[in-house]
Design a protein around this ligand. Structure first.
Ligand SMILES: Cc1cc2nc3c(=O)[nH]c(=O)nc-3n(C[C@H](O)[C@H](O)[C@H](O)COP(=O)(O)OP(=O)(O)OC[C@H]3O[C@@H](n4cnc5c(N)ncnc54)[C@H](O)[C@@H]3O)c2cc1C
Ligand code: FES
Length: 512
């Protein structure tokens, strides 16, 4: 199981990837990749293309993690702004980061062309436009910074969205979009075609570096030995502190609906709000395109009002896109925000043969494609020109303020163990409702699933013990600390947690 078992479904999930079987024995390969989203399959593809034998393992279906919930803007513009990145890192890092993002779009285009993928890849302009009540100077300063970095951008007035003929905006050239699951389907076939293997429904529980090799164990007791392992589980399952203290999880929301084909310029659109709106088109039928509108982000586990957020997104879209017809899909997902605005790609801190890709922010698709290029180079030659930008072992002292703020969030979460719960009677819980109650020194997570079955589990996240919060939209438990998610019955759906929330009856024994 993974996040595919949560309640909402994206427009991409109407194109499911072919099913693969689970691992049924022990195996060996040059490289074992854990996770089959954009990051895992990009790494596996690049390694297979360099002649390495590759095994991919995923605890859910292939390609059914956060990549199935994305909106797949392929942008070399930086959603957190290059001007902010220079404050937390430096000019040279910003230049290299831009180079890597632009190269990742080129790489996706090249792979689509050489492998013959039919995945709706298209080059487009991207418009960053001023949102009401946000400072105009920030937009201009981003323009000046981008020009200094050599980014292809122009400052202009007006964008194609309704009522915005005079809005200040930046137009970035050579951005792109694709259908993420059609792209992953192509990668999967290409990996298989080069002798790689992929196993679904295979949960990895440990990744251990031995003398010059790596041993990966699964929950079913099988083992894979390889020279190198790559943890591409979105939120790393093998790391407790080094990276998790440098990023924080946010939930983000999307609605999509039909508009007549050709009635809006095919482009990427983003506004300047902190929880910014992001908009793109997707070819859908002979008559209609889909317009896909995202935003309304909040720190994971800190709000449980998904329906209201969908309502606000639809209202925002209808005010600017009057040609919007019926809403077809509504979904949410989670992104991980690194405190210094760069993802984490490279050797897992403390290891020589274990690598990782994480820290996607709103640009995890390009981050994943960069991950493929960087890790394949590091494994094959030991070097890549962008490796220092993304080095998971880097210090983040430049962003100390934000870093501390995010970690205070973790401290605040632990304080929840002594607060009263938010439900007083299990009988009153209706199907789809959940909440916390206190039992001695413990918090219990109680919910009644859609079928009316009551589940009571320990509310203590099995990663590092933070208190989980009920998400009534997705019918799951979200951990605000590092992004784990759990099904109503406690099964782990999203990393870094691997094991289920503990049985509440066992808590009573320990507490007593
Ligand atoms: C709503 C939304 C909109 C977004 N929009 C954009 C956008 O426009 N542009 C952009 O660039 N990015 C965007 N992002 C971010 C981007 O989609 C993600 O960062 C990216 O898809 C993550 O890819 P991944 O491969 O790291 O993770 P995933 O796709 O989640 O893949 C990780 C895989 O690892 C598996 N796994 C986890 N634990 C284990 C385990 N223990 N054993 C085995 N397998 C395991 C999971 O089942 C999963 O399949 C968006 C994200 C969301 C949620
Ligand atoms: S995800 Fe780390 S404590 Fe829950």
């Amino acid at each position: 199981m993974n996040v595919a078992d949560e309640r909402t479904k994206s427009c991409w999930m109407e194109f499911p990837l072919p099913r693969r079987r689970a691992l049924h024995g022990n195996m060996e390969a040059d490289a074992v990749v854990i996770g089959s989203g954009i990051a895992g399959l990009s790494v596996a593809y690049e390694l297979a293309a360099r002649g390495r034998s590759v095994i991919v393992l995923d605890r859910g279906g292939i390609g059914s993690g956060m990549t199935a919930r994305t909106t797949a803007h392929l942008a070399s513009a930086l959603d957190d702004f290059y001007s902010e990145l220079i404050k937390s890192r430096d000019q040279s890092t910003a230049r290299l980061l831009h180079e890597s993002l632009a190269a990742s779009i080129d790489r996706a285009e090249q792979i689509c062309a050489t492998e013959g993928f039919d995945c709706d890849f298209a080059r487009l302009d991207g418009y960053l436009f001023l949102a009401p009540d946000t400072p105009r100077e920030d937009l201009h300063s981003e323009f000046e910074t981008c020009r200094g970095l050599g980014v292809a951008v122009v400052e202009q007035r007006g964008i194609p969205l309704g009522g915005m003929s005079n809005v200040p905006a930046l137009r970035f050239a050579r951005q792109a979009r694709f259908h993420p699951l059609k792209y992953l389907a192509g990668l999967q076939e290409a990996i298989l075609g080069r002798g790689g293997s992929l196993y679904a429904n295979t949960c990895v529980t440990s990744v251990e570096e031995l003398d010059g090799t790596v041993l990966v164990k699964t929950s079913e007791g099988h083992e894979v030995r390889a020279r190198d392992a790559i943890v591409a589980t979105n939120s790393p399952i093998n790391d407790h502190v080094a990276v998790h203290t440098k990023q924080a999880p946010y939930r983000t929301y999307v609605v999509s609906g039909t508009i007549p084909h050709g009635s809006l310029a095919d482009a990427l659109y983003w506004d300047t709000l902190e929880a910014y709106h992001y908009v793109r088109l997707q070819p859908w039928s002979d008559r209609d395109d889909l317009i896909i509108v995202g935003g309304e982000d909040h720190k994971s586990g800190k709000a449980d009002d998904g329906e209201e957020r969908f309502g606000r997104l639809e209202q925002w879209a209808r005010a600017r896109i009057p040609q919007l017809k019926e809403i077809t899909h509504r979904w949410s997902g989670q992104v991980l925000e690194p405190v210094d605005h760069c993802g984490f790609i490279g050797k897992n801190p403390g290891n020589d043969h274990v690598y990782m890709v994480s820290g996607d922010s709103g640009q995890g698709i390009t981050n994943g494609i960069v991950g493929g290029m960087v890790i394949a180079d590091l494994i094959a030659t030991g070097a890549n020109p962008w490796s220092e930008v993304y080095n998971p072992s880097r210090k983040v002292a430049g962003s100390l303020g934000e870093y501390l703020t995010e970690n205070l969030g973790v401290a605040k979460n632990f304080a929840e163990y002594v607060t009263p719960g938010d439900i007083d009677s299990l009988e009153k819980l209706k199907p789809g409702e959940g909440g916390l109650y206190r039992k001695g020194l413990h918090k219990v997570a109680a919910c009644r699933d859609a079928n009316g079955v009551l589940h009571t589990r320990s509310a203590s996240c099995t990663h590092m013990g933070c208190v989980v919060h009920w998400n009534s939209l997705e019918q799951c438990w979200d951990c605000p600390c590092h992004g784990s998610q759990f099904a109503p019955d406690g099964t782990a759906l999203n990393g870094p947690a691997v094991t289920a929330l503990a049985d509440e009856s066992k808590l009573a024994v320990e507490a007593g």
